[in-house]
Design a protein around this ligand. Structure first.
Ligand code: NAD
Length: 321
């Protein structure tokens, strides 16, 4: 079996590889060729940690495995990342462990690839202003990936903790994009594409602040109780997601579903758009919203690509169990 370290993952997987892997697995999910198994997530009663598994099988990409890990809030004080994950890949023909792949960097690039796939397929082609809500670890990956999807001319940003914004501004500067910290209302009025990537438990953007034609990728809400936008935005928008079961239970749609303004049948898997079975955006005035909840198959897709590329480039460690 192969061991692919965090460092090697960064060397072999770029944004384009992650985009292709995630787009292909969303398409496979829509065709019924790939499915996620039920997610396990538990508070383990030690170190305040949340620990769990995300797993699935992609028959088209032949990716079988599990991402295991979670959130250890005390890690930062130890100089470690709070979110920790490792991907285990198995040979679908034999069940033997085929690779052990570091999952921290891959989680960030696959999450950024997810919103990017939504922007590529759903945002207006003439989108010029990118709005960022959130300025934490994931936001920098999100900004880099989104910037490649349209000819953005500038970035406007808001974060509940304004002191975190300069780091995101530095990424925009690196990309040659003017960056401005604005109010939430200004962000809604100016942005053609908005990414939300926070740990919020209450709406940060209200319906009246969003202009017609906006594409919103809600990426932070991945747990019951979390929330980033006004449910009225989902009621007004055409809503897409990675996986409907997660969208209605742990995704941004959970709140509009709970208050009855959105029905499960109103939500379309983005794979349908990728496969050409749904038209996606149908007018310049339509608000489109992607509820990116994060599925295990995304992790398996990028980890499989990392294992393949690391082997091809002689960068994987081979061991016998
Ligand atoms: P981080 O800790 O580096 O940053 C947290 C961000 O949320 C910052 O912008 C911070 O200002 C903001 N924030 C913190 N507490 C808040 C609160 N109570 N209300 C509003 N905003 C608050 O985290 P990160 O690694 O950048 O992750 C951001 C979010 O993305 C998390 O909620 C994480 O669970 C989620 N996430 C989702 C996926 C997915 O696939 N959808 C994948 C990875 C992470």
């Amino acid at each position: 079996m192969l061991i692919v370290s965090e460092e090697v993952c960064q060397e072999v997987i770029g944004r384009a590889d992650a985009f292709t892997a995630v787009e292909q697995v969303f398409a496979a999910m829509s065709r019924g060729d790939a499915y996620n198994f039920p997610v396990i997530r538990e508070a383990i009663g030690h170190a305040d940690a949340l620990y769990g598994f995300k797993s699935g099988f992609d028959r088209a990409g032949l990716a079988l495995g599990v991402k295991s890990g979670g959130f250890w809030p005390g890690n930062m004080a130890k100089g470690l990342t709070n979110h920790q994950s490792t991907v285990f890949l198995f040979d679908p023909d034999t069940g033997m462990l085929s690779a052990l792949v570091g999952g921290n960097y891959l989680t960030a690039v696959r999450t950024a690839a997810s919103s990017s796939v939504s922007i590529a397929h759903l945002a207006r082609k003439d989108a010029k202003v990118l709005g960022m809500v959130g300025a934490g670890h994931q936001s920098q990956f999100q900004l880099r990936a989104a910037a490649e999807q349209r000819d953005f001319e500038r970035v406007v940003a808001w974060n509940p903790h304004p002191d975190m914004l300069p780091k995101l501004g530095a990424v925009a500067a690196e990309l040659g994009l003017p960056f401005e910290a604005v109010t939430q209302q200004e962000l809604g009025a100016q942005a053609d594409v908005i990414i939300t990537i926070t740990s919020a438990f209450e709406p940060l953007l209200m319906r009246d602040w969003i202009k017609p034609g906006t594409h919103i990728a809600c990426m932070g809400t991945d747990t019951k109780g979390k929330q980033e936008v006004d449910p009225a935005i989902l009621a007004a928008a055409t809503v897409f997601t990675d996986e409907i079961a997660q969208s209605v239970s742990i995704g941004e749609a959970q709140h509009a579903i709970a208050n009855g303004t959105l029905k499960e049948g109103d939500i379309t898997p983005i794979g349908h758009v990728i496969n050409g079975d749904h038209p996606g955006r149908t007018s310049d005035e339509e608000i489109t919203l992607f509820d990116g909840t994060g599925v295990g198959l995304q992790d398996l897709a990028v980890a499989s690509a990392a294992a393949r590329l690391a082997k091809e480039q002689g960068k994987a460690q081979e061991v016998t169990l």
